[in-house]
Design a protein around this ligand. Structure first.
Ligand code: SAM
Length: 337
């Protein structure tokens, strides 16, 4: 008997038809994986960066995206680099009532790459981490040894203020002609200055960006000068969430458009990450931006799939699931809530 499902010309055995997971099942799996990856990492000292529930949603997005990026671009470029503009230490503390655990940071997620433990494991050839704090960078160096990243061989640590990003990152990438770079920027304020992004994408054609765009009220309360520095232009007199979000997308599309080939399209996609109850509407967008290559890139489909999961979740779901993931509480069935 033919146990095959026929789908527009393709034949999938029934057993291999992927089952769609509900967003909270999906998140449960992703948070377990994050906690597992964070085990044994050195978190920075007291008083530095603490991961919040929505931080874990952001890290989940990056953890999802890194293998997509590596799988698509590995065969197309000689070298792949991850450039972490605000790297911190590669690990941070997540705290919730009596639960305290270490979670991996962006550079560790990049270092872990894709297809873990398999023969065809995929990874970045180099990591470039920039941070204001020398202490963070020293801890990051120790954290990344486990993944075979060593200082000045395939790990470049740059202690720098964001005002110098354009210079230091632009210079680093302009010296790497056959390299594609995934540039990640996750600051906890209106950073980086847009001028730095312009300089980076000008210095290097083969760049994709993943940027955090704060769209909470606190971000909008910044001075007009701080907003202009972040957006790279003057901003509306009465800035609101959606117009600033649109402005950031427009600015990125314009910055990425290659002068020599204005017909080549640029793509900007957003995934909104929401704080949850008691957060006064706190949210931010994770913005993915890239220049299309000749054959097109199937990133957009992956981001749409990510968005469909993440935008139906909030920091409250993270809190709920983390309490079971970390075993501090009996598993609760949300449908009984
Ligand atoms: C939100 S944390 C980054 C978290 C990190 N991406 C992770 O996944 O763990 C922001 C980092 O930016 C650094 N930072 C803050 N302001 C900065 C500035 N003006 N220039 C450079 N680095 C800055 C801080 O030291 C901090 O480590």
């Amino acid at each position: 008997m033919d146990h095959t499902l026929h789908i527009v010309g393709n034949r999938f055995p029934l057993a291999t038809v992927p089952q769609r997971k509900l967003p909270d099942e999906w998140l449960d799996e992703k948070l377990r994986d994050l906690v597992h990856l964070g085990a044994g990492l050195e978190a920075p000292g007291e008083g530095t960066f603490l991961a919040k529930p929505w931080t874990l949603l952001k890290l989940t997005c990056l953890r999802y995206y890194v293998p997509v990026y590596l799988n698509i671009l590995r065969g197309r470029f000689e070298r792949l680099a991850f450039v972490d503009l605000f790297s911190a230490a590669g690990a941070s503390i997540y705290q919730q009532e009596d639960l305290r655990t270490v979670v991996p940071g962006s550079s560790v997620i990049a270092a872990d790459g894709a297809n873990h433990g398999l023969e065809n494991a995929l990874g970045f050839d180099e990591l470039v981490a920039i941070d204001l704090s020398a202490e963070n960078l020293a801890a990051l160096e120790r954290n990344l040894r486990k993944w075979g990243f060593d200082r000045d061989r395939n790990l470049f640590l740059i202690q720098s203020e964001s005002a110098r990003l354009a210079k230091v990152v632009g210079k680093h990438l302009s010296e790497r002609p056959r390299t594609h770079a995934l540039v990640f920027a996750d600051a906890d304020a209106l950073e980086p200055p847009f001028e730095a992004l312009r300089a980076i994408v000008k210095a290097h054609d083969a760049v994709d960006l993943v940027l955090l765009h704060l769209v909470s009220g606190a971000a909008m309360a910044n001075s007009p000068e701080a907003l202009s520095r972040f957006y790279g232009c003057t901003t509306p007199v009465k800035p609101d969430r959606e117009s600033l979000s649109r402005l950031y997308v427009q600015q990125l599309e314009q910055a990425l458009r290659p002068r020599a080939d204005p017909g080549r399209s640029t793509v900007v996609e957003k995934v909104r990450i929401t704080g949850g109850s008691g957060m006064g509407g706190y949210c931010y967008d994770l913005v993915f931006a890239w220049r299309e290559t000749m054959g097109g890139t199937p990133f957009a489909a992956a981001i749409r799939s990510l968005r469909s999961k993440v935008e139906s979740l909030t920091g409250d779901d993270v809190r709920h699931i983390m309490s079971t993931v970390c075993g501090s509480q009996r598993r609760l069935d949300r449908r009984e809530d």
